[in-house]
Design a protein around this ligand. Structure first.
Ligand SMILES: [Zn+2]
Length: 129
């Protein structure tokens, strides 16, 4: 048990250590919606190791949705149609995952955005089902 906690603490520390670099990359705003409500590093695995390639800076609302929380009104998530084209891989992964949850609600703009998106196999694999 103690070992599990140590590993979790190490992961949290590794993620926190990225905060500065992530803030710089993100201009201290949420990398998904651009919001400034408590932006903090958020892991976007795989892979599991916390790095600039597997973490984003995300606001409280986006973090909650990424963790599987209830989605905002789809109208408030339209920013995803643009962010899914991000050239920062973890941002793109996180945005596509959220977009596909919106799409599952039969929201027209989300279906269209996903139809127009091209991703290579590696990225599709990373995003997962
Ligand atoms: Zn956000």
């Amino acid at each position: 048990m103690a070992r599990g906690r140590q590993q979790r603490d190490a992961k949290a520390a590794a993620l926190a250590a990225l905060g500065k670099d992530l803030s710089r990359r993100a201009g201290s705003a949420c990398e998904l919606c651009g919001g400034k409500d408590e932006p903090r590093p958020h892991r976007v695995p795989p892979p599991e190791e916390a790095s600039l390639d597997t973490a984003i800076l995300a606001c409280a609302s986006c973090r909650e949705q990424l963790d599987g929380g209830r989605l905002l009104d789809p109208e408030d998530l339209r920013f995803l149609a643009t962010v899914i084209w991000s050239e920062v891989p973890p941002v793109q992964v996180a945005a596509v995952r959220l977009l596909r949850r919106v799409m599952a609600l039969d929201v027209d703009w989300a279906v269209e955005a996903n139809d127009g998106l091209w991703l290579d196999e590696e990225m599709e694999e990373r995003i997962g089902g």
